[in-house]
Design a protein around this ligand. Structure first.
Ligand SMILES: NC(=O)c1ccc[n+]([C@@H]2O[C@H](COP(=O)([O-])OP(=O)(O)OC[C@H]3O[C@@H](n4cnc5c(N)ncnc54)[C@H](OP(=O)(O)O)[C@@H]3O)[C@@H](O)[C@H]2O)c1
Length: 267
């Protein structure tokens, strides 16, 4: 029989299996939107969260709000598509924290328009941010995780990695690519006790989506094609991230948790 790690029923209570005390987690794109909610939740579960984005003022504001709520957060501004910035930032994580336990790759830019209207540069630029950066960040994170023999790689994909709409080909291709990366890295790093999983959000009422949510026709369309008949509230993404980062998910590897109110199960 495989040696068990089952905790006793009452002491400590099972909730401790969701605790992240002592862990260091980098959440990219966490100055606002779903990334900020994920960062807040990881900090609430006890992790020290490294907040990333390009807008330093937004990161400081986010770090202050997490600190005021009793969590630990610091700012790590860099552009995920800037190789030098990524290198310097991971060197900083190593020197300041000596470890990285969790990577949540949450940055994802979108440019909705027909493929015919994209220039080559626009296609390559979007893929750099939404897909190539994902591979680079996972590689750099694994470099810090491998010597410690544990780690969690979590990629925020999208229901657009599973289903499609016209006018969104580059984003959809990138998200489907990330989903493939999640599975490939689960196979590659699984033997080293580093898991790789994804979270696929459905339709969330973030600031970025405010115009669509507020549009009487489009806002209603997306709500009504979801069994729960509403848009997701940004904070509803965070439970999946805490779970995947936590000891409770120690044997979950290579999967994508879809958080979409049921939108992708409808015929
Ligand atoms: N909202 C939804 O309904 C939905 C649905 C499916 C999937 N998703 C996915 O969920 C993730 C988060 O979505 P969201 O709606 O919360 O996005 P958002 O509101 O647009 O936030 C994106 C964050 O990423 C940062 N960012 C953008 N480009 C960056 C770069 N090159 N380097 C570093 N940071 C960068 C932004 O900050 P700065 O501008 O300051 O850099 C911002 O904090 C994305 O991957 C998105 O594709 C969202």
């Amino acid at each position: 029989m495989v040696q068990g790690t089952r905790p006793p029923m009452n002491t400590p209570p099972y909730l401790t299996r969701f605790e992240l005390t002592g862990k260091v987690a980098l959440v990219t794109g966490s100055g606002r939107g779903l990334g900020l909610e994920i960062a807040r939740a990881l900090a609430g579960a006890g992790a020290h969260v490294l907040l990333n984005g390009r807008n330093e003022a937004a990161l400081h504001e986010a770090a202050d709000s997490i600190g005021a709520a009793g969590g630990a957060a610091s700012c790590l501004p860099f552009d995920v598509s800037d190789a030098a910035g990524v290198r310097e930032s991971f060197a900083r994580i190593e020197s300041e924290h000596g470890r990285l336990d969790v990577l949540v790759q949450n940055v994802g830019q979108r440019n909705r328009k027909p493929l015919a209207d994209f220039t080559d540069e626009e296609i390559r630029g979007l893929l750099e941010v939404d897909l190539v950066a994902g591979l680079v960040l996972a590689r750099e994170s694994a470099r810090l995780m491998l010597p410690r023999g544990e780690g969690r790689l979590i990629a925020v994909t999208s229901v657009a990695g599973q289903i499609a709409r016209a006018g969104d080909a580059v984003y959809t291709a990138a998200k489907a690519g990330l989903a493939g990366m999640v599975r490939a890295l689960a196979a590659e790093y699984g033997p080293h006790n580093i898991t790789s999983n994804g979270i696929a959000p459905g339709f969330f009422a973030t600031e970025t989506n405010a115009a669509i949510v507020g549009d009487p026709e489009k806002g209603r369309y997306f709500a009504e094609r979801t069994p729960m008949r509403r848009w997701g509230r940004p904070e509803e993404i965070a439970g999946a991230a805490v779970f995947l980062a936590s000891p409770a998910a120690s044997y979950v590897n290579g999967h994508i948790i879809t958080v979409d109110g049921g939108a992708t199960i409808l015929m």
